[in-house]
Design a protein around this ligand. Sequence first.
Ligand code: NAD
Length: 478
Amino acid sequence: MTPPYPTLTLYIDGQFIDAGSRQRLDVRDPGTLDLVGTLPCATPQDLDAALSAAERAFTHWKQTSPMDRSAVLRKTAELLRERADVIAHGITRDNGKPLTEAKAEVLNSAEHVEWHAEECRRIYGRVVPARDPLVRQMVIREPVGVCAAFSPWNFPLGQAIKKVSAAIGAGCTLILKGPEESPSAIVEMARAFHDAGLPPGVFNVVFGHPAEISKHLIESPVVRQVSFTGSVPVGKQLAALAGQHMKRTCMELGGHSPLLVFDDADVDAAATLVARMKVRNAGQVCVSPSRLFVQAGVYDRFVKRFVDAIESVQVGHGLQPSSQMGPLIHDRRLQAVRELVDDATRAGARLLTGGTRLGDAGHFFSPTVIAEVPAHARIMSEEPFGPVASVVKFDGVEQALRMANSVPYGLASYAFTESHKTATQVMNGLEVGMVNINHSGMAHPELPFGGVKDSGIGSEGGTETFDGFLVTKMVTQI
Ligand code: NAD
């Protein structure tokens, strides 16, 4: 039986707050457009209450032992696992992704919390040898303070959990603005932290009008750090605002991932894997391979296998067990993807499969492959953030690297080759934060996830995960 969709609330100072007389937003199932819930919008008074609660809570949370913080995080991971089925159903209802993907997201999120529970016990300082034997020089790392975090709808739990666990583990307190499109997992996450014994005010959740909330929170003198996952234009706006107020930032922004297939690659394995990666979350993934550069010798074979694999994908409502790909999140995304494909074909690209909306009951778009896409087509420089792959032929490594590096993005990348030399050239030559060679292996909690160039600042996960939430204090003593 499908579990009921959770009641949507704000969470401020340890209280779950209903809409009451607040403005509400409709939350719809992107696969049917049915109303699944209504979301309360935080008022300016709510935001001030969240800021005060986080400020008050910081005075004691920063002093807690990392062992105690670790215990709360561990308990939260346990609760997320216990509740995975309910949380996953909520994600499928308001985000649209297939239930198996939603369940994997929840379990992966529990692993992230557990990783932060472990790592927060290892936030070390250092002792620096002094010039005078009587002097002690120490470097201490302290929590930065109250953080404002903004998380997106594509992995409603997975993106938020990294920010929340890192802030809490580091000894910070935070206010999270969750995604209005897919809010249920955020409310469930707050419930898990609450039930795990997190003190009131350490973690607060608000929803509402993104621009108003981000301005209110970032301009507040209470907030010391800003963490955002979302698009490059919004990330730049928020980073600029944070800069005006001299606040630290961690930005996980968009990507336009290049994928390089060389003549010596296992072409069949690459085509199958890339097709699976391309339709995950309907392509609404910042690390989704979106520009496929294929060497001339294997171009035709790769394209044939890839198109076959893409055409075999079952598109349908996320709650249908047969569905391998769900709808896009909203009408704007559907329009944006359609316009990019139309622009590419007008520019001379060949449409090999897909390119159309499917039905009219939800935001479904067919998995799409376009080939011989000219460099000036918009899709070669704008992130499609949908189930569309552009394929382009290349001759040599240098040319492939030049094309791969030709965009302002620098997040993830992929290469398929059996040559150690080529793999090394690719690893060294790509201007990105993450390189996957002959497989895809990111988003594990033990690995840093982040980009360079316009794709962002800082990393989440790995031992780097706390860097954005800590400040350095030097102490010298005689
Ligand atoms: P959008 O730019 O309207 O919104 C992206 C996200 O930013 C949403 O979660 C939104 O609530 C938030 N946002 C927008 N304006 C904001 C503001 N002023 N203050 C705070 N938050 C704000 O785009 P969209 O159509 O919803 O999403 C598509 C684009 O977003 C894609 O092109 C993609 O690059 C980006 N995106 C990236 C990620 C990622 O994982 N890096 C996730 C989701 C969306």
